[in-house]
Ligand binder design. Structure first.
Ligand code: MG
Ligand code: MG
Length: 254
């Protein structure tokens, strides 16, 4: 899974290197598709079943779009934020990661939203080392976002990941009594989950756009999304979609 995670990390470096005003979301998707092909990785998003199968290897969600945006002819302009979510498998094992990119300079409040969302993902990973149950992590994530004056999206959650991209358990970024009672899980070695907070500047409520995929904020204000694939090991959490460590390289050589 680390090898898949490294390729997903590499795909995000490609995105970071090309994103600028004038680029389309389809340009981003094409670059990631070529990168996966060059690294012997199988894209996981293309063909995901829905009313229409998902047509691209990335989700690109711009500004008020929360998740599941479809790449296309939209030209990015300075001040936009675009959440790029992508995943691949290498030798049958999956990786999944999302980053929200600022296009040029964005409004200070929008930058604060990006920092909060990246910050709450980092907090969750830190807490996974010292908490025993996901509910305790999720409750602190929700408090962190609330303390920043933003809202956690509740319609979409993270997930277990392994041979398939979406496996049990569900991994919410907030905690309810019903979750604690019925769906909580232990953070024990061997567990691998995709942790993916989605944070809205305004209301947590979302609406589906007519393309059958894109989810946008109900109030039209911006949203951000950061995701890592994280394994719990005997020595603590390991971020499988993080940058290579010394001696690691991106590629599929067995
Ligand atoms: Mg993802
Ligand atoms: Mg995911």
């Amino acid at each position: 899974m680390r090898r898949a995670g490294l390729v997903v990390w590499g795909a995000h470096q490609v995105v970071a290197s090309i994103i600028r005003p004038g680029v389309t979301t389809a340009d981003i998707d094409r670059a990631v598709e070529a990168y996966f092909a060059a690294h012997g990785a199988v894209p996981l998003f293309k063909g995901v079943p829905g009313k229409v199968p998902f047509p691209a290897v990335c989700c690109t969600s711009v500004n008020d779009e929360v998740v599941h945006g479809i790449p296309g002819v939209r030209v990015l302009v300075a001040g936009d934020v675009v959440s790029v979510d992508t995943g691949c498998s290498v030798d049958g094992w999956c990786g999944d990661s999302a980053v929200t990119y600022a296009v040029g300079t964005v409004a200070p409040e929008t930058q604060r939203l990006l920092d909060c969302t990246a910050g709450v993902l980092a907090l969750a990973i830190e807490l996974m080392a010292v908490r025993n149950r996901w509910s305790d992590v999720a409750a602190e994530m929700a408090k962190y976002v609330r303390d920043h004056g933003f809202s956690v999206v509740e319609n979409f959650v993270g997930h277990g990941i392994g041979r398939k991209m979406h496996e049990d358990p569900q991994v919410p970024n907030f905690c309810t009594p019903a979750f604690r009672r019925n769906h909580d899980f232990e953070l024990e070695p061997g567990l691998v989950i995709a942790v993916e907070p989605m944070v809205n500047m305004g209301t947590k409520k979302v609406r589906a756009l007519p393309d059958h995929w894109t989810q946008a904020t109900l109030d039209g204000r911006p949203s951000a999304h950061f995701e890592h694939t994280v394994a719990i090991t005997e020595t603590g959490p390991v971020v499988l979609t993080a940058a290579p460590a010394a001696g690691e390289t991106v590629g599929s050589a067995a």
